[in-house]
Design a protein around this ligand. Sequence first.
Ligand code: NDP
Ligand code: MG
Length: 387
Amino acid sequence: MGQSISLLGSTGSIGRQSLDVIAACGMRAAALTAHRDEARLEEQCRRFRPILAVMTDERAAAGLRVRLADTGIRVASGPEGLLEAAALPEAGTVITAVVGIAGLKPTLAAIQAHKRIALANKETLVCAGELVMDAAQAHGVDIVPVDSEHSAIFQCLQGCTDRGEVHRLILTASGGPFYGYTPEQLRGVTLEQALKHPNWSMGAKITVDSATLMNKGLEFIEAMRLYRLPPEKISVVIHRASIIHSLVEYCDHAVLAQLGTPDMRLPIQYALTWPARTAAVAPPLDLLSCPPLTFAPPDEEAFPCLALAKEAARTGGTATAVLNGANEEAVGRFLAGEIGFCDIPALVERVLAAVPAVQAPSLADILEADRQARAALRRLLPGIPSN
Ligand code: NDP
Ligand code: MG
C-alpha cells in the first residue's frame, strides 16, 4: 500500500474526486471526514476502510457510529475530531477539502504534525495566508496547491530557483455563467442560474463564488500568499474554455502555461505525487478538438467582488479575513434564498468599510475579524436576527 492520506471533506466535490485518485493510484485513505452527510460517509468508509471517520456535526456523528458499528472504524465528532484527523499519526499527507474558514485550524494542526498539505481549501490562505505559510516554513512542511490555477502556476514554477525571475503570474478565469452580462442583467439572475457553471461541477459555495468572480478574487489572494508575491505581480485574464489553467511570465518574457482538460483529478493527483508524475487519472487533452482559446479582461465594474478582493489584499492584515467572512455569510444567505445575487458584492463592500483591519494579526485576531465580519453583515440585513 502506498501513501497514506487524511482526507478532510471527503463527501464534497473535491473529496469525492480525491477518493477517485486515491483508489486509482493505490494510495490509502487513513481518515475521512464530513459535516452532515452520514450516508455518503458510511458508503465511503465501507469502501476505503479508514482508521478514523469524523463528522463535525454531533448528531450526524451519533448516526454514523450506529451505521459503522459492525466495522471497527473509530468515529470522532466536532471540530476536535477534525483536528484529530488532521494530525493522525498514520497519515503522511492531508488533503484539505472542507469548505470555508472551518479549514484553517485543521490545516495548522496538520502543519504542526509535519504532514504534507495538499491544499484545496483556499479560504485558509485568504484568511491567514502569512501565518500558515510561516508555520509551514518553520516546520519544513510542503503546501502543494490543489486549486487548478495554483497547481498550474506551481507546475510552471518547477525548476525556478529564484522567485526574482518571475515577472508576473497570470490567473485564468472562466468568467462563470454570467460572463458578458451588464449590471442591469445581473440584477435579474436567479440562484438556479448562478449554480450552473459552464465548465466545472463543484460545491455550491465555490460555484456561486465563480459566478460573482469572488472566486478569482480569493484566488488572487491565495496566489499572493502561496508564492509570496505582491499584488502588482498578479493579473487575471478571462479565458472561457478553461483549458489553460494559468501562466507564469518570467523576466525574459517567456510565458509558461499548463494546459489540460477541465478535470480536478489532475491537480489533486499532482499534489499527491509531486515531485513525481504518475499514470493519468484525468482524460487526455485533444488539442485538435479544443474550443478556441480566447482571452479578455475581466469586467470589474459588473463584477465588483474581484476589485474588492484586490483592495482587501492591498490593505492586508485582517482585511482579507473580513472579506472572506462577509462573503461566506453573504453566499450562505444567497443560497438560502434570503438575498439577491447583486446583494453579495454590495454587502461585502459595506462590511469591509465597517470592520477595521488589524495589521500583523495573530490567529485570535483573524478569528475575531471573521466573527466581526459575519456579525456586521447580519446587522445589515433587516428582519434577520443578528445573534
Ligand atoms: P463541497 O461543498 O462540495 O464539499 C465540502 C466538504 O466539506 C464536504 O465534505 C462537507 O461535508 C464538508 N464541510 C462542510 N462544512 C463543513 C464544516 N463547517 N466543517 C467541516 N467540514 C465541513 O465543496 P468543494 O469540494 O467544492 O470545495 C472544497 C474546498 O475546495 C473549498 O474551499 C473550495 O474553494 C476548494 N476548491 C474546490 C474546487 C472544486 O472544483 N470543487 C476547485 C478548487 C478549490 P458534508 O458533505 O457532510 O456537508
Ligand atoms: Mg480555481
